[in-house]
Design a protein around this ligand. Structure first.
Ligand code: CTP
Length: 398
């Protein structure tokens, strides 16, 4: 049942729009209220009057309708709903969503919303299979957009194949699933991310090139599945994820302290590129060149291994501990050895040879090593790696 749930239903301009009129009826039968939004193209296929009659609500069509702005602004409209549904989602609408356009009411609402978005694509089979649409679909998935369909079938244009919009009952089931609480609801997950900076003196520090992008994406994906996330990050350049508790640290020791005080947790994902050493007895003043041409010796000591400490047996050990490994050779053998050495449950190994462009880039190619062996995933965006990993975490904790 969807009692009391509010759905903002955006109609794109496709022949399948008539099925979305039926979806309104199905949603209302389940107790949901529906606010329809029709793009200009959608109005060529269905009329605002039919949508409004079935929804028993005002229909919105125009971004610059001042009466509507006085009644309810587009920002408010996009957020009053529990879920935003786009059905039919045309190739053009998907492209605009993937590119972040906001040139009419529908696309502006999709950009402004703070709610989950579910799309039901509908288009000709060639349009669906076109690399541009597939790129856009991959981007939308990585952005956390949920999909219902498309399915195989015969189309209004006479062709057969994938691209047909799911039936209203299938879209309804996807809406019900999206509005159910996420599988990680009630779970606490600690994520470490970014580099650490280890001071040499008051102005210099030891660092590494980690951007924190993969850690941020993992935290976002876990939160999207309903987890309470404590995100412990070093000075990373990647934007901090929303909807999580962010703890900013600088050094490995501070990261360890923050992780310890975030316990207990159901899972810990150590994605941070922790510096291996810190400088012992840092001087209070800046180290000066003495003109001798020699480099002042640095007294280095190994940093605490946060992953190994979290993984150590004890009453506080999370059910699942996941570490990362940056490898340039023998990825599987090294990751398997690292998993045993650190005592964690899984190691996510990335191939960080410079030619892969992974460190600091937007994509990742990982091999996940567990007690059951190694599973190499195809190269994909860091957001997609995060979504897939978060889903595995949810399965492991269920
Ligand atoms: N890690 C940690 N604390 C450290 C060092 C590493 O928590 N002081 C974690 C990282 O967050 C990551 C994993 O351990 O999950 C990486 O292990 P590490 O031993 O640093 O391996 P690599 O960086 O892969 O490098 P190397 O193989 O050279 O040790």
């Amino acid at each position: 049942m969807l009692n009391g749930k509010r759905i903002l239903l955006i109609f794109g301009g496709g022949i399948a729009a008539f099925k979305s009129l039926d979806l309104i009826r199905r949603l209302r039968e389940q107790g949901a209220s529906v606010t329809p939004v029709l793009t200009r193209a959608a109005q060529e296929f269905v009329t605002p009057l039919s949508a409004s009659a079935l929804a028993a609500e005002k229909v919105y069509t125009d971004l610059f309708d001042l009466t509507d702005e006085a009644e309810m602004g587009h920002i408010e409209l996009s957020r009053a709903a529990d879920l935003v549904v786009v059905a039919p989602a045309t190739a053009d609408l998907m492209a605009k969503m993937a590119g972040g356009h906001a040139d009419d009411l529908a696309t502006t609402l999709l950009m402004a919303t703070d709610k989950r978005v579910l799309i039901a694509p509908a288009m000709n089979v060639r349009m669906w299979e076109h690399p541009a649409t597939q790129r856009n679909a991959a981007q939308l998935r990585a952005d956390g957009v949920l999909f219902a369909g498309p399915v195989d079938g015969s189309m209004a244009c006479g062709e057969f194949g994938p691209g047909r919009m799911s039936e209203p009952m299938e879209i309804l089931a996807a809406i019900e699933a999206a509005l159910a609480d996420g599988p990680l609801k009630g779970r606490h997950v600690i994520v470490t991310s970014g580099p650490t900076h280890e001071p040499i003196d008051p102005v210099r520090y030891i660092a590494n090139r980690s951007s924190g992008a993969q850690g941020s994406a993992i935290a976002r994906a876990l939160a999207g599945l309903g987890a309470r996330v404590t995100f412990v990050t070093g000075p990373a350049t990647a934007p901090r994820p929303g909807g999580v508790t962010v703890v900013e640290v600088e050094t490995a020791q501070q990261m360890l302290d923050a992780v310890k005080s975030a316990h207990p947790a159901d899972a810990a994902i150590c994605a941070a590129a922790v510096a291996d050493w810190h400088v012992v007895n840092q001087p209070e003043s800046k180290i000066k060149k003495d003109g001798s041409g020699t480099i002042p010796p640095l007294d280095l000591a190994e940093n605490p291994d946060i992953l190994a400490q979290i993984s150590a047996k004890g009453p506080d050990r999370p059910t699942l501990v996941v570490g990362f490994a940056a490898e340039t050779d023998d990825v599987i053998a090294n990751a398997t050895a690292k998993r045993a050495r650190k005592g964690c449950d899984w190691i996510v190994a990335n191939d960080v040879r410079p030619e892969t462009g992974i460190m600091g880039g937007s994509e990742n190619a990982v091999t996940v090593v567990t007690a059951d062996g190694a599973d190499s995933w195809p190269r994909m965006s860091k957001d997609q790696v995060a979504m897939r990993l978060a889903t595995l975490v949810a399965e492991a904790l269920s």
